[in-house]
Design a protein around this ligand. Structure first.
Ligand code: ADP
Length: 258
């Protein structure tokens, strides 16, 4: 399944998709990101690893425009996301989907409607078109039989798979994944990661993941970025970073989590 690239600059389709330049983010006196530079090419799967509090989730939240940088610029698909006029931000945001730790489904809507709601109201799809797409996505995440249930009738792992389908229903060019298995009971983790591996293999979507699941990071990533105190201290393909980490902090972090 291809993710049609409806909103992005076509010239950016095979090159750099996301760029952060000299991004600084502070919370009060605490500088969480300090003149951070990094970029992600279209179609790549990049994983952010590193100790808790090192600023990984903040990067996803900046891209999702849930928080703003204090300084620096953010560009997506060749267009400025920050600083930028509100209308431009809204357009770019349609290209970015996010799955959170806590699935954040609409509790009062059945599964099918959870997935069709935004495509109908934001993208202007007809109800039939949105439902057809939702059924395909429910098939992809292995939940075709549950479309008529409410979120509370599903396990955490099933709810998270609905949240993944809901994010994909907007046909985003970028999927941001923020520790999507950390709120799940251990026996439900594998099902969610299998779905994500499948999506990484079978679509051309760009993925930016924050995860503590190192074997998942190793499987799906083209590149792994090791964060420490708001800086990327090491960036390498997974085989390199997991087998021969160069930085002492990376070695210490990996020996603590592996
Ligand atoms: P990570 O994802 O690497 O664990 P985060 O990006 O969540 O790190 O957080 C980085 C730092 O920013 C942490 O010290 C956290 O406490 C702080 N932080 C994050 N969000 C807020 C907020 N809304 N208000 C104050 N501090 C925050």
């Amino acid at each position: 399944m291809k993710q049609p690239d409806a909103h992005a600059d076509p010239q950016a389709a095979s090159g750099e998709l996301i760029r952060l330049e000299k991004v600084t983010k502070r919370f009060g006196d605490h500088t969480v990101l300090d003149r951070l530079d990094f970029s992600v090419d279209a179609g790549r799967h990049v994983t952010l690893i590193g100790p808790s509090g090192s600023g990984k989730t903040t990067i996803l939240r900046l891209l999702m425009t849930l928080t703003k940088p204090d300084e620096g610029t953010i560009t997506v698909g060749g267009q400025r996301l920050y600083p930028a006029p509100e209308k431009q931000v809204r357009e770019i945001r349609k290209n970015i989907g996010m799955v959170f730790q806590q699935f954040n489904l609409f509790p009062n809507m059945k599964v099918l409607r959870n997935i069709t709601e935004a495509p109908v109201t934001v993208l202007g799809l007809s109800k039939d078109e949105a439902e057809e797409r939702a059924r395909e996505l429910l098939d992809l995440v292995g939940l075709s039989e549950h479309l008529d249930k409410y979120p509370s009738q599903l396990s955490g792992g099933q709810q998270q798979r609905v949240a993944i389908a809901r994010a994909l229903a907007m046909r985003p060019q970028v999927l941001l994944l923020d520790e999507v298995t950390s709120a799940l009971d251990p026996e439900l983790v594998a099902g969610v990661l299998d779905v994500l591996r499948d999506i990484a293999r079978s679509t051309d979507i760009t993925m930016l993941c924050v995860t503590h699941e190192m074997s998942f990071a190793r499987d799906i990533s083209d590149r792994v970025l090791m964060f420490d105190s708001g800086h990327v201290i090491e960036a390498a393909p997974p085989d390199k970073i997991f087998s021969e980490p160069e930085h002492t902090r990376t070695r210490e972090f990996l020996s603590a989590v592996l």
